[in-house]
Ligand binder design. Sequence first.
Ligand SMILES: [Zn+2]
Length: 254
Amino acid sequence: MIEIEQFPCLSDNFGVLVHDEKNGRTVSIDAPEAAAIETALSRRGWHLTDILVTHKHFDHIDGLAPLKDAYGCAIAGPKAEAEAIGMLDEELVEGDVYKAGSLAFSVIETPGHTLGQINFHCPQANALFAGDTLFSLGCGRLFEGSAADMFASLEKLKALPPQTHLYCGHEYTKANADFALSVDPGNDALKLRADQVLVLRAEGMPTLPVTLEREFAANPFLRTSDPAIRAGLGMEDADDVAVFAELRARKDRF
Ligand SMILES: [Zn+2]
C-alpha cells in the first residue's frame, strides 16, 4: 500500500512524504523544513529513505543537511542545479526514473521558475509532484526562464493522465483563484473550485491535492487556447505563448 502525507511547512510551503508500506521506503519531496518533516515522520512511524529535490530555492532545500544527518537518506535532484543545491547523491535529467523500492518517479524537466527545475510523476501513487512549476489555479513565477520555456513545461504536464493528483510546493490557491476569476469570470469549473477553496481555507484545510482534470478546466495558465480568456485579453488571434506571457505578466501585477 502506498500512502501520501502532506503537511504545512514554513509560511506557505507544503511538505510531502510518499511511503511504500511493502518496502518501508519513505520519500520526501523537497526538504522545506527539517523539523516539520521529522514531526510528520514520527507521527506516522516512518523512516526517511530518500529526498527528491525539485529545484534549488532555499525553501525547498533548507532541510537537506539536517535530514541527511538524522536519517542518512539518499538525495536526488536536478543535474542542472547540482552545484547550487549541493549534497546530491544522484543527478537527474529528463526521462530518468528514480526508483525507491517499488515506487518509480519519472523525471520531467520543467524550466521556467528556475532553468533547472524538475517535476516527478509517480504512477503507483497516481501523483505529480510539481514543485514550483504548476500550482492549483496558477503557475510559478518566471525567475529564470522565459514564457516560452514555462509554456512548454506546462504542455508536458498537460500530457499526463487527467486523473493524476497534483501536489505542489505552496498553498497559493486562494490568491491564484482571485486572479483566475479576474481573467476567466464566466468559467463554472473555476467558480466551483474557488468556492471550494474558500471553504477549505476557512476550515484550515489544504487545497491540494487536486486532479489535473480539474486544473485543465479551471487553471487559466493551462487554458491559453480558451476563446473566453483570449477575448477578455483582446488576444483572439495571438499565439499560445503570447497569451501565456500576458497572463503571467498580469498575475505578477495583480
Ligand atoms: Zn521556488
